[in-house]
Design a protein. Structure first.
Length: 153
């Protein structure tokens, strides 16, 4: 789409803006949809990149390789937040299988936590809803097993 084999590449369908470079993307998102103030830990340039890279060492490349899959007719829905290691494991598999999904990000303080609570009676993430099979489940290991058994070829 952008003419380069470079990631990340962001397209904002709301404005038509597209761009590379994670620092630029962060500044754009915070300016367009946030309060304009980039959080300190995301504004350290190379230091931010290095610390994120160190955090990935223990995962040994998970989420970075494609696994052939059959695509579902409808996108899966996942309730999660980035800081949760349990959510990260599920997101890695969704990315590896390239499964279309809707992320309901419910970080601490998010009103979406209450939405999930009202839907299922308690708050626990990750929570997967698969409208193709009717499956609704918690527990990251079980979700990973389900995704691989249902969609991996």
């Amino acid at each position: 789409m952008g003419g380069k084999k470079q990631f990340p590449y962001m397209v904002d369908p709301n404005t038509g803006v597209s761009m590379y470079e994670s620092d630029d993307i962060i500044k754009y998102l915070v300016g367009k949809y946030g309060d304009g103030n980039v959080p300190l830990l995301l504004s350290l340039g190379l230091l931010t990149t290095l610390t994120e890279g160190f955090a990935m060492i223990g995962r040994m490349g998970k989420g970075s390789s494609y696994t052939q899959s059959k695509l579902p007719p409808k996108p899966l829905e996942i309730w999660a937040y980035e800081a949760s290691p349990f959510c990260k494991v599920v997101r890695e598999v969704l990315v590896e299988l390239e499964l279309p999904h809707i992320l309901h990000s419910c970080a601490r303080g998010s009103p979406k936590r209450q939405v999930l609570y009202q839907r299922v009676g308690h708050f626990q993430v990750p929570y997967l809803e698969d409208p193709n099979t009717g499956v609704q489940m918690f527990e990251s290991a079980e979700i990973v097993d389900y995704l691989r058994a249902t969609y991996a070829l």
